[in-house]
Design a protein around this ligand. Structure first.
Ligand code: UDP
Length: 310
C-alpha cells in the first residue's frame, strides 16, 4: 500500500486530496493545526496529527509527501504574518527533510501569488513575477517564493524528486464559508444569500481566474503520480478571467438576491489582473479545466444554501 503525508490535509483543498488518495488505496497521514479550518473534515481512515507543520518531525517514511499547509486568505495572512511565514520556511524545510529521509516524491502547493501584480497575461510559469519584497502581502508571496527556492535547492543538492504547483483561486464546496475569512466567492455568496451588501473592494475592475475544486484535484493527482511530473513547476488554474464586479453581479443573479453592491476601499497591493497560462499543464498532464464558472458557482451556492439553511 502506498503511503502519503499531507500537511494541511484538513483544509479545503487538503480534504479533497485525502479523499482521492484513500480512493486510490493509499495510507493517508495528515498533519494539520486546524488554523484555517473550523472542524475536522477528513475521513476517519486518515491518521490525523494535530500539530503546526513547523513543529512536526518524524522518522516515518512515506512514498509521497505533500506540503499544503498555508494561510491563503489575504485578510487572514495579513493579520498573521509570522505564522504565515513559518509554514513556508521552517514548515517547508521540515517536510523536505521528511521527504529526503524517506526518498519520497515531494509536492509543494505554491501559489499564483508568486507572480505578484503581473505585467504579462495570461501568466506563464517562466514569468518571474512583480512582487514587493516587504509589502503587506510579502509574508505570503515572498515566503512562498522562498519555499520554491528551498525546494529547488533540495532537488539540486539531493536529487530529490520535487514537483511544484501554483494554484490559481480554487473554489468550491467546503471552502471556508464564513464572511470573515475573506475569500471572494464564498463571501459574495454568503452576502447574496442573506440579501446583505456585496462588498467590492475598489472599483471591482481587478480580475481573477477561478478554478473549480474537482479540476484542481484531478490535475494535482496526475501531477503527483506521473513520471513526467518530476522536477516540473506548473500553473494549475484557469485562463478565463472575470472582474470582481462582474462576479458580484453574476452571484446576485444566480441567487436571485436583493443585495446591492457597495464599494469599499481597495485592498492594499491587490493584484490588478490574474489569469493562468496553462499550456504546460495541458501538455504535461493532458489536463484541462472541465467545470465552467457558471456550473461551479451553482454547486457552491447549492452547498452553502444547504449548509447555512438559507
Ligand atoms: N474581494 C472583494 N471583496 C471582498 C473580498 C475580496 O472585492 O469582500 C476582491 C479582492 O480585492 C481581490 C479578489 O476579490 O481582488 C480576490 O480576493 P481573495 O481574497 O479571494 O483572494 P486573492 O486572489 O486576492 O488572493
Amino acid at each position: 500500500m502506498a503511503s502519503i503525508l499531507i500537511s494541511g490535509g484538513n483544509g479545503f483543498l487538503g480534504s479533497y486530496l485525502c479523499e482521492r488518495a484513500l480512493k486510490n488505496g493509499f495510507d493517508v497521514t495528515v498533519v494539520d493545526n486546524l488554523s484555517t479550518s473550523k472542524e475536522i473534515q477528513v475521513p476517519k481512515e486518515v491518521h490525523f496529527i494535530k500539530k503546526p507543520v513547523e513543529k512536526f518531525n518524524t522518522d516515518q517514511k512515506f512514498d509521497f509527501v505533500i506540503h499544503l499547509a498555508a494561510r491563503p486568505s489575504p485578510e487572514d495572512y495579513i493579520n498573521n504574518p509570522l505564522a504565515t511565514i513559518d509554514s513556508n520556511d521552517i514548515g517547508t524545510r521540515n517536510m523536505l527533510e521528511i521527504a529526503r529521509k524517506g526518498n519520497s516524491i515531494f509536492m509543494y502547493t505554491s501559489t499564483s501569488e508568486v507572480y505578484g501584480d503581473p505585467k504579462i497575461l495570461p501568466i506563464p510559469e517562466n514569468y518571474f513575477g512583480y512582487v514587493n519584497p516587504n509589502g503587506i502581502r510579502s509574508c505570503y508571496d515572498e515566503s512562498k517564493r522562498f519555499s520554491e527556492a528551498l525546494i529547488m535547492a533540495y532537488e539540486r543538492q539531493y536529487r530529490l524528486d520535487v514537483r511544484i504547483q501554483r494554484p490559481f483561486n480554487v473554489y468550491g464546496p467546503r471552502i471556508r464559508e464564513d464572511g470573515f475569512y475573506g475569500r471572494v466567492i464564498p463571501r459574495f455568496i454568503d452576502q447574496a444569500l442573506r440579501n446583505k451588501p456585496i462588498t467590492v473592494h475598489g472599483d471591482g475592475k481587478q480580475t481573477r481566474s477561478f478554478l473549480y475544486v474537482s479540476d484542481w484535484v484531478d490535475a494535482t493527482w496526475k501531477f503527483l503520480t506521473i513520471n513526467k511530473g518530476k522536477g516540473k513547476v506548473l500553473n494549475i488554474g484557469n485562463y478565463k478571467e472575470i472582474s470582481v464586479l462582474d462576479l458580484a453581479k453574476l452571484i446576485i443573479k444566480k441567487t436571485n438576491s436583493k443585495s446591492k453592491i457597495v464599494h469599499l476601499e481597495p485592498r492594499e497591493e491587490d493584484p490588478k489582473r490574474r489569469a493562468a497560462d496553462i499550456t504546460q499543464a495541458r501538455k504535461i498532464l493532458n489536463w484541462e479545466p472541465k467545470v465552467s464558472l457558471d456550473e461551479g458557482l451553482n454547486y457552491t451556492i447549492e452547498w452553502l444554501r444547504e449548509k447555512k439553511n438559507l
